[in-house]
Design a protein. Structure first.
Length: 317
């Protein structure tokens, strides 16, 4: 019988066909399983992104609420501060009158009135009050001034009382205001060292740059895992640009993550500790200001962010 016998060929094909169909079915099952796995991963990522967006929206709402509260607090703090100044003047006048009465006491020597005055002076400890009242007033005024400054820093940070316009602004003032706002995040973790250079006012949106500084400072504080570290803020300028550097002595960033830190939703923080949006938003704000933001990091040593901004917008802008 010939090797090319049609009957043999047909028999062989009949034998192989079921195996081929099984192979195709197995491949399809594998492909469906792989697609299902990819869909599950994508769904998990979308769910995570939704959670982070909701958290970001909540934080934005809280920020607006805090700014509104600061705006409302500013009015009563203003008249308390003003009234306190008036009270100090009144007390000064009263002390002058009291001194005049004390000078007149000698004329009442030996009279019942002099005895009553002496007894009252000892009862109320007049000499102590004359020393303590000015001290109490000074301490209280200092406390009111500190509250007033905190409220003003909140207003400066959020710019709730101004329109969003490009203006010439002092970056040092913005950094200092932001430091006051995030002081509670930093004071227990690190010492802040300022190495300010001479900076000209630059054309910017101050509240947005304050947001950048806040994100970098809070990240620096969170990066410090030791009992206490150092955050150094350095500034400088050349003919056309200014720069701000924020450096920490934290854990540093792994090399494989350096290229991703400005990606939206990327974070190395624990779940619930960060949205992964801070550096991404900061990158966008700096680019909006025609500037650049660079990062230099070494694990176990720390991280340094450098923000470079033009003093004025480029002509083509």
């Amino acid at each position: 019988m010939s090797s090319h016998d049609p009957l043999l060929a047909e028999s062989a094909n009949a034998t192989c066909s079921p195996l081929s169909a099984a192979d195709v079915t197995a491949d399809r099952v594998k492909e469906l399983l792989r697609s299902n796995e990819e869909l599950m991963q994508l769904n998990a990522k979308l769910s995570d992104a939704q959670d982070k967006l909701m958290q970001s929206e909540k934080m934005a709402s809280i920020g607006q609420l805090a700014a509104g509260v600061a705006h409302e607090i500013n009015n009563p703090i203003g008249f308390i501060f003003s009234n306190f100044g008036t009270l100090e003047r009144y007390l000064g006048d009263l002390f002058q009158m009291l001194a005049a009465y004390e000078e007149a006491e000698s004329a009442l020597a030996g009279t019942p009135a002099a005895a009553r005055l002496r007894a009252l002076r000892e009862k109320i400890e007049l000499d102590f009050l004359k020393e303590d009242i000015p001290s109490l007033m000074a301490e209280s005024k200092d406390g009111i001034t500190r509250v007033r400054n905190i409220v003003q820093n909140l207003k400066d940070f959020s710019r709730v009382d101004t329109s969003q316009k490009w203006v010439l602004a002092d970056l040092h003032h913005g950094i200092d205001s932001t430091l006051n706002i995030v002081n509670n995040e930093i004071k227990y973790k690190a010492e802040v060292v300022k190495a300010y250079g001479e900076l000209p006012d630059i054309e910017c949106l101050p509240s947005e740059l304050n947001q950048v500084f806040m994100n970098l400072l809070v990240n620096a504080a969170h990066a410090i895992q030791a009992d206490r570290g150092v955050i150094t803020i350095s500034t400088g300028a050349d003919d056309s640009r200014v720069w701000v550097e924020i450096q920490d002595t934290g854990e540093g960033i792994a090399k494989e993550n350096l290229g991703r830190i400005f990606d939206p939703f990327f974070t190395t923080k624990a779940v619930g500790k960060g949205t992964g949006l801070g550096l991404s938003l900061s990158y966008g704000i700096v680019k909006k200001h025609f500037g650049s933001i660079d990062v230099f990091s070494e694990q176990g040593i720390g991280t340094r962010f450098r923000v470079t901004l033009p003093i004025q917008h480029p002509q083509e802008a």
